[in-house]
Write a protein that binds this ligand. Sequence first.
Ligand code: C5P
Length: 217
Amino acid sequence: MTLVIAMDGPSGSGKSSVSKGVARALGLRYLDTGAMYRAMTWWMLREGVPVEDPAAVAARAAEPVLASGTDPDAPTITVDGVDVSGPIRGSEVTGAVSAVAAVPAVRERLVALQREIIGAGGIVVEGRDIGNVVAPDAQVKIYLTASAEARAQRRNAELTGVTITATQADLARRDRLDSTRKVDPLAQAADAVEVDTTSLGLDEVIEEVLRIARKHL
Ligand code: C5P
């Protein structure tokens, strides 16, 4: 199956849960490109690379060996053979990832890897620049949005010991960095269908995306 579904949107818009649900329903693979930027960031931090220094990050961007599993029921990400699925969700990586993701050498490398994994298609790909940059020919492009409050509430439910105010501030900071960076900023593709998930349940959003995707099956 050659179908490619590009799923873009800001943090906390529900991209991961929706993408996995759609992939399961249609028997497609699933790729979380955010996990790749997080894994690159995890490696930079472990190596002691000063992540606020774009030149230092660019100089090391070719080194880590990244591998992404594409099973929507058990997505994995390894760096140099080590499964980092857990550590990449920590606050240290979350705090640094947008700076690392803004470095052109990092994006060039990861976009090339993402295109390799997408290959002949049959995949749901979630990220920030999928419809515009990684897979501009994707048959289905979805842009998920939700109010800032709804996004913070959802993200907060996944964390422990963090206040809703802190989560909302972190999302606003990442939104700002991700949508104002020079290279491949977060932006809705001209041909993407916007789905506002603020007042929809997960199953309703999945149904809506399936309805849009089925026109292309
Ligand atoms: O989706 P997630 O929140 O895990 O993504 C983490 C970060 O990775 C984003 O805040 C963004 O800086 C970066 N990212 C990106 N391009 C993508 C996916 C994620 O720049 N396609």
